[in-house]
Write a protein that binds this ligand. Structure first.
Ligand code: TMP
Length: 208
């Protein structure tokens, strides 16, 4: 796949409301890219396997209470640095990233610039795909309502904040289409991003 052997991997981020289909699509994309012989890993934030991730998980399950600023900072602290992985040539497919951090906390009323501050300097994604599903439609999907933020009113506010964050570099994919159609678009976007990175696109930082 990479004839020069020294090019970097691509940072591909999927964002969207709860139950927008991100997690399944990340899995499908991983299998597809692995099948093509790429070095690729799928990551997920929050990463619930770490000690900070376990605190986040307990909070989301309503088993513990934390104030809004504290949980925001825990989500930030949970975002591992990806630079070495990418530089070693591995592509990362990431299920949620800093945009979730900002959109969800801002939807609670926290100041947007304050929300971004702990994430300044993290590696910026090469492509952010927003799986666009109306909150009402996401709420009809299986398992909805199990975690703290899966409330229709709240998800509506999160959607507004996502829309304020997105810029022309984001790829908006209609998540209400068939799974196969979403999958096809993601494959094309991922392949394009991987090839652009292999051709020498530089890494940049978030919110700068
Ligand atoms: P998950 O369902 O993708 O595991 O995410 C759990 C919840 O955490 C989801 O409602 C989105 C929220 N979240 C934040 O509030 N801030 C963050 O930084 C991240 C990554 C997720």
């Amino acid at each position: 796949n990479d004839i020069r052997g020294c090019s970097r991997g691509s940072l591909i981020v999927l964002e969207g409301l709860d139950r927008s289909g991100k997690t399944s699509q990340c899995g499908n994309l991983l299998a597809y890219l692995q099948g093509k012989g790429f070095s690729v890993e799928a990551w997920q934030f929050p990463d619930r396997s770490t000690s900070v991730g376990k605190m986040i998980s307990a909070y989301l399950a309503n088993e513990s209470q934390l104030d809004d600023r504290t949980i925001h900072l825990l989500f930030s602290a949970n975002r591992a640095l990806m630079e070495n992985k990418l530089k070693s040539g591995t592509t990362l497919i990431v299920d949620r990233y800093s945009y979730s951090g900002v959109a969800f906390s801002a939807a609670k009323g926290l100041n947007i610039e304050w929300c971004k501050a702990p994430e300044v300097g993290l590696i910026a994604p090469d492509v952010v795909v927003y799986l666009d599903v109306p909150p009402e439609k996401a709420a009809e999907r299986g398992g909805y309502g199990l975690e703290k933020y899966e409330q229709l009113d709240f998800q509506g506010k999160v959607a507004e904040h996502y829309h304020n964050l997105l810029d022309s570099s984001w790829e908006i994919v209609d998540g209400s289409q068939s799974i196969e159609s979403v999958e096809r678009q993601l494959k094309d976007l991922a392949m394009h991003s991987i090839l652009t990175c292999q051709r020498g696109k530089p890494l940049t930082n978030l919110w700068s």
